[in-house]
Design a protein around this ligand. Sequence first.
Ligand SMILES: Cc1cc2nc3c(=O)[nH]c(=O)nc-3n(C[C@H](O)[C@H](O)[C@H](O)COP(=O)(O)OP(=O)(O)OC[C@H]3O[C@@H](n4cnc5c(N)ncnc54)[C@H](O)[C@@H]3O)c2cc1C
Length: 414
Amino acid sequence: MVYDLIVIGGGPAGIMGAAAAGGKGLQVLLVEKNSELGRKLSITGGGRCNLTNIGSMDIFQNNIVTNSKFLYSSLTSFSNLKLIEIINEYGVKTKIEEDSRVFPASDKSSDIVNALLRYLHTSSVEVLLSEKVEHVLVRANSVHGVMLRGGRQIKGKNVLIATGGLSYGHTGSTGDGLMMAQKLGHTVVQPRPGLVPLVTVEEWPGRLQGLTLEAVKVRAIVGGRAEAEQTGDVLFTHFGVSGPAILNISSCIHAFELPVSLCMDLLPFLSIDELEKRLQENFKRNQGKLLKNALGEYISQRMAPVILERSELSTDLQVDRVTRREREKLARTMKNLIVNIVGPRPLKEAIVTRGGIDVKEINPSTLESKLIDGLYFAGEVMDVDALTGGYNLQVAFSTGYLSGISAACRLRRS
Ligand SMILES: Cc1cc2nc3c(=O)[nH]c(=O)nc-3n(C[C@H](O)[C@H](O)[C@H](O)COP(=O)(O)OP(=O)(O)OC[C@H]3O[C@@H](n4cnc5c(N)ncnc54)[C@H](O)[C@@H]3O)c2cc1C
């Protein structure tokens, strides 16, 4: 038996690639090393699966951090609307939330996995679970199958590598596809963590563990230069900082080898002058009160001692004793709270892997390797990554779809 297409990896990219090719009449085998498909998919979005974003192509391009141009053909050949249509067609209603994020109406990622399983079934894809692919077999620069752990060979005219990156390895994304591609001559851009919490030099974030501040404007200063800005929630943890604004900014920092600090504006909707004026009014109203309690009007009560400490003011200070200089200093600290960064948390804790197979060696219109005929790539195994908001899953689905359809076109041509 020779399959038209063998897909390695049953995540969103592999499932979509297999179903799209199966839908075109190809005989497709999907091989997954876990005992079930879509293990990572089922934990996405905190178990709710933010499957895509309803934003325009421009918004997608702005939110894709690495190789957005390369992804243009994939995103146009299989758009966010097409994905939603398929998910709806296979029985799952979707809803749109803040920032145009799309979720299943049930808030259950398992519904998305089940819709995709139905799509695979309708497309007559054969699924092989609990089998790990070790090698892609190549002869005369053209793929002719795969070898499983244990040595069994399966023949195929096309092979799609959709094995994901290296983050959350317990879900099966352990970098196997990177090694397979490297053996075949492909270049791998150094994998590194993306959308990842950051470890701080300062210990005070640890004292605030569990506290989330909403709508903080965070600027990353790298090697003394402002490199990126993100606004969103910031969560303090035992090692430093996390939350959507931090995860996003972590993906915009190019070199952690240079000194990195974050400057957090806790009240971005007020200018420094407005804040100072408000503090002055507030202090008049709260004569006799402790400063740390009066500050509760602007920042969380847990945060107040840290702001006082960073402003070199005593926690016992009463508002009527605060000098103009001290008030200015307080306002400056709340608008420019600095943390110095040791580095990101490890890759295994990152939401996505940055780096991967160099896209210069992949045809963006087909996702076929430029080095080996009949070899395709899709999803996070490639050097592509995006910010939070459903963009990463859409990239996986879109590249999966395009590679599956391209394999069908290649067979028709031959
Ligand atoms: C906690 C968490 C939450 C996330 N939430 C979101 C979200 O809400 N929205 C969003 O857009 N993105 C989210 N992401 C990112 C998103 O999940 C990934 O970008 C996406 O899953 C990548 O899809 P993929 O198919 O390329 O790879 P994966 O999902 O990693 O799938 C790869 C599959 O290949 C299999 N495999 C690997 N090697 C082999 C082998 N040798 N043989 C056979 N099978 C193999 C693996 O077992 C795995 O099942 C989240 C990620 C994490 C970790």
